[in-house]
Design a protein around this ligand. Structure first.
Ligand SMILES: [Zn+2]
Ligand SMILES: [Zn+2]
Length: 250
């Protein structure tokens, strides 16, 4: 029956949600390869979201947060389009570092991106469209979070460089670090073979790369067991050595 076949084909993909540690769930989203990472942290009877991915993740994120007891707040690691994208559509108070407020309420850091630093002409042409597609627009910041403050059992770490107010979350108890774009495990300049070892984020999107290296060394010095970033795969194994190597050589 044609109608039946159509229904099967039109069935939406279930959002991928995976547990990565006690009280921490990861939702991957975005095209083309689900490389946008959003972390849902069990927080009292509800959930705190660390980053908000891209705009079209708002619906699945909202539904999942509802099933987890309701969304208490969104904490942005930084203001870039692929991190604040779904935030305006979620209807929860948004928090970020004081140094990130202006860009979160403004252009999402666009004013310091330099796409001419991308080697690939294809990516140079694609990014203005992608960023527009991903962004949900300016957010209204309800409050700020600085170094040492608590977020759902994690400690805020200020990791500037890729963005002035970039923050990561650190949990000593199981030595878990959620560091967003403090490092990349993919190459935004490559479409075909994007994945690789950790590296300092790409210069096209990183206004202060020396500072970004220092922030990566700051994460390494915590000697994490596992580091999860804003995109794609985590860093596991000999994490400290890999991060120091990335800071020294990339
Ligand atoms: Zn970023
Ligand atoms: Zn990013």
């Amino acid at each position: 029956m044609p109608g039946g076949a159509h229904k099967i084909n039109a069935k939406p993909l279930a959002p991928t949600l995976e547990p990565i540690a006690r009280g921490v769930w990861l939702m991957r989203g975005g095209l083309p390869k689900r490389t946008m990472n959003v972390y849902l942290l069990v927080d009292g009877g509800g959930v705190t979201m660390f980053d908000a991915g891209i705009s079209d993740m708002a619906k699945p994120l909202g539904e999942v947060a509802e099933r987890m007891g309701g969304l208490k707040r969104v904490v942005l690691s930084h203001s870039h389009a692929d991190h604040r994208g779904a935030a305006p559509g979620l209807g929860a108070p948004v928090y970020c570092h004081p140094d990130e407020v202006a860009d979160a309420e403004g252009d999402g850091g666009l004013h310091y991106f330099d796409l001419t630093k991308l080697d690939s002409p294809v990516m140079q042409r694609a990014y203005p469209h992608l960023l527009k597609l991903w962004d949900g627009g300016p957010v209204s910041v309800a409050g700020t979070l600085s170094e040492g403050e608590d977020v759902a059992g994690f400690e805020v770490k200020h990791l500037p460089g890729h963005a002035p107010g970039l923050i990561g979350l650190w949990r000593e108890e199981d030595r878990l670090a959620l560091v967003s774009d403090t490092l990349y495990t993919l190459d935004p300049d490559s479409f075909l073979t994007p994945y690789g070892p950790p590296r300092v984020p790409h210069p096209a999107f990183t206004p202060a790369r020396e500072q970004a290296r220092e922030s990566l060394r700051k994460v390494a010095a915590l000697d994490p067991r596992e580091v999860w970033s804003g995109h794609a795969r985590p860093v596991t194994g000999d994490v400290r050595r890999q991060l120091e190597h990335a800071a020294d050589t990339t």
